[in-house]
Design a binder for this molecule. Structure first.
Ligand SMILES: C[S@@+](CC[C@H](N)C(=O)[O-])C[C@H]1O[C@@H](n2cnc3c(N)ncnc32)[C@H](O)[C@@H]1O
Length: 242
C-alpha cells in the first residue's frame, strides 16, 4: 500500500499545483473571508451528528469551576462558536481565533446563547496567547482546531500556561487513522486538497501523541469513529488536567 500511496499522493500534489500558485498569489487571503460562512453552515450538521459526544464531554466542565465562582473558559480557534450551547450557565467565555472574519458568525452564536458571559474576542493564533495571563483560566477548549494550527505542541503549551493548576484542556479533534486502513491511505492522498479547501486542515495528524507528551498530570483520552465522512472519521475526545 505504501508505494501506491506515495504515487497517488504525488499525483494529487501535482494536480493541486494551481492551488499552490493561487495561494502564493494571495487567493488564500480571499478564501479566509469565505471559509467562516462555510464553517458556520457545516457546524450545524456536525453538531447534530456529534451532539451526544459533545454533551458527554462538556458535562465534565462544572467540576473545574472555582469554588463559589463561575467557570472561566478560554476557547482557542472558536470559529463561529459552535460549542457555546454546551457551556454551563454564567460561564465567563473568552474566545480567540486568528481569522477576524468569523466575528459576525460568532456574534450570532453569542446572541443565541445568552446564558453565558462573553468577556472578549481576541484575534490571535493559539501559538501566541500572550494577551491571556498565566494561570488565569479554569478551562481551555479546542475543537477541530489542532488539525489546522501551525505548531501543535506550542498551542498545547500555551493552553497549559494560561490554565490554573488543576484546570483542564478539553479537546475534540479528528486525527490520523490506523495505518492498516484505507482511510489512512485516503487521508494521505487527499491531504493537499483538504489543506487548500479547508483552510489549512491536515487530516494526517497524530494529535494524541502531542497531548501524551505535554506533561499534564492526568490525561483522559479516547479514540472513536465519528458518524461523519471517512476522511475525518477517526476522532479523539477528552480532557487533560494541568
Ligand atoms: C474547522 S474550524 C473549527 C471551529 C470551531 N472550533 C468549531 O468546533 O466549530 C478551525 C478553526 O481553527 C482556527 N485556526 C486556524 N489556525 C489556528 C491557529 N493557529 N490557532 C488557533 N486557531 C486556528 C480557524 O480560524 C477556525 O476557526
Amino acid at each position: 500500500m505504501s508505494i501506491l500511496m506515495h504515487v497517488c499522493t504525488l499525483v494529487v500534489k501535482i494536480l493541486t499545483l494551481p492551488l499552490l500558485v493561487a495561494d502564493l498569489l494571495g487567493l488564500g487571503r480571499f478564501y479566509k473571508r469565505v471559509f467562516p460562512a462555510l464553517m458556520y453552515r457545516f457546524s450545524f450538521s456536525y453538531n447534530s451528528k456529534m451532539n451526544e459526544k459533545k454533551r458527554e464531554l462538556f458535562r465534565e466542565l462544572p467540576r473545574f469551576s472555582p469554588r463559589g465562582g463561575p467557570l472561566r473558559l478560554l476557547e482557542v480557534g472558536c470559529g463561529s462558536g459552535a460549542n457555546f450551547q454546551h457551556y454551563p450557565n454564567g460561564c465567563r467565555v473568552t474566545c480567540t481565533d486568528p481569522n477576524p472574519h468569523f466575528k459576525s458568525y460568532l456574534q450570532k452564536s453569542m446572541d443565541t446563547n445568552d446564558h453565558l458571559v462573553y468577556e472578549n474576542f481576541v484575534v490571535a493564533p493559539g501559538e501566541d496567547l500572550r494577551v491571556v495571563e498565566d494561570n488565569s483560566v479554569d478551562v481551555v477548549v479546542c475543537t477541530l482546531v489542532l488539525c489546522s494550527v501551525k505548531n501543535t505542541p506550542k498551542v498545547i503549551q500555551e493552553a497549559k500556561r494560561v490554565l490554573r493548576p488543576g484546570g483542564a484542556f478539553f479537546f475534540l479533534e479528528h486525527v490520523e487513522a490506523d495505518p492498516s486502513t484505507w482511510i489512512y491511505f485516503l487521508q494521505h492522498v487527499f491531504q493537499p486538497f483538504m489543506y487548500y479547501f479547508l483552510d489549512g486542515c491536515d487530516p494526517t495528524r497524530a494529535t494524541w501523541k502531542h497531548l501524551e507528551a505535554a506533561g499534564f498530570s492526568d490525561l483522559q483520552l479516547r479514540h472513536f469513529q465519528a458518524p461523519i465522512s471517512a476522511l475525518v472519521r477517526p476522532h479523539i475526545v477528552g480532557f487533560a488536567v494541568k
